[in-house]
Write a protein that binds this ligand. Sequence first.
Ligand code: SF4
Length: 449
Amino acid sequence: MALKGAEIMKMLPKTNCKECGYATCFAFAMKLATGGAKLEDCPYLDPQVKAQLEAAMAPPIKLVTIGTGENTLSIGEEQVMFRHEKTFFHEPGIAILISDKGAESEIEEKLKHINTFDFERIGQKLRINLLALCFESGDKDKFQALVKKAYQTTEAALILICEDTDVLFSAAALCADRKPLVYPITNENMNVAIPKLKKLGVAAGVKGQSIDAVVSVTSDLKDAGIEDMVLDPGFKNMLEGIRDQTLIRRAALKKGFRPLGYPTIAFPCFMYPDRFQETLAAAALMTKYAGIVVWSQANAHFLLPLLVLRFNIFSDPRRPMTVEEKAYAIGNPDENSPVLISTNYALDYFIVSAAIEEGNMPAYLCINNTEGLGVMAAWTSGKFNGEAIAEFFKKYGVADKVKHRKLIIPGVAKKLVAELEEELPGWEIILGPLEGSDIPKFLSEQWKA
Ligand code: SF4
């Protein structure tokens, strides 16, 4: 939010009529300033003032969406330079480059990859987001055939890369309902491109040979009514990329400089022929601050580290990752199966559930809501104690699920044993292993025994 509550207040009608749901115009202004209310809630705003407020309160980096449905990629609307200041909000898209000059088998392989590749980590599906289709053959029909194929055989969001503006927009027309990003829109082709961008309603990938050149194009496009843009200031290597993208983000966030208030795109695929260097550049440029990274690989060994890095950077540091509180049935447990308990810190759940599956012994895994704290932190803060666990047993009917009375608790929670014996009379409290990786052995040796 660019405006403070007191500045917004000056522009409100100041009648304190309460129709917005707030007792005073001042209270409404304060709520607007923190994003907790909408301008539409005040019916007495002068339309001109409303337009001024909308412009002044717009996020410093515009949210741009590419693609449709489940495969929509939303990028931009970032608020901070550094993740620890708050959080990063929209993870960058990872695009796989497909050239129309490539061998048929290679194209097939990449198209197949985007449909089938997904990797689960801490309950989240990590996926490639886009296909970047590149015109290199010089043959318009060939490029159109590639676009049609990608459109028909995948649901991926698309980037169309073509220096020939006619070919670019005739390809865009084939997949306009998929809302592709068309690239490059430059100082040279923008007059031809503007009516076509408007007609198709697609986002513009703006390219300049420098940040200044990009500013000139985005300013003209904005004046012509084009709102959705993604910026490429033409950097040629990783260091230039980090420099340019940092300058762009600083200008947008710290100076409120609107012509640079858009997400960016980076092309490590065109910078380094070496796969390792390309991967390193992709990782660095994603960290600072690319909205889309276009990458030549469809190789899982190179993709996985990139996807995991993105996942880690774009998880919210203010909120521990959690899973739902409940008694999970892992495998197909019965009345003789072991009962284990842990916290709802996502990593705890996934380590223990994976270990149970690995040990091939069905079990009930009770996941107690500790607000995302791990075992020791939850125990020291009083969120994982005898009373809470006894409550959990009652709420989820754990005693009705099994005929034995044995509960396995995390090995690090030794101090819980006495408390639990008191809170769960009749239950034998068994201290599990210290490491999750020892759970399969523990279950197979001690539980069976
Ligand atoms: S509806 Fe408008 S004029 Fe009335 S109190 Fe709210 S902000 Fe003020």
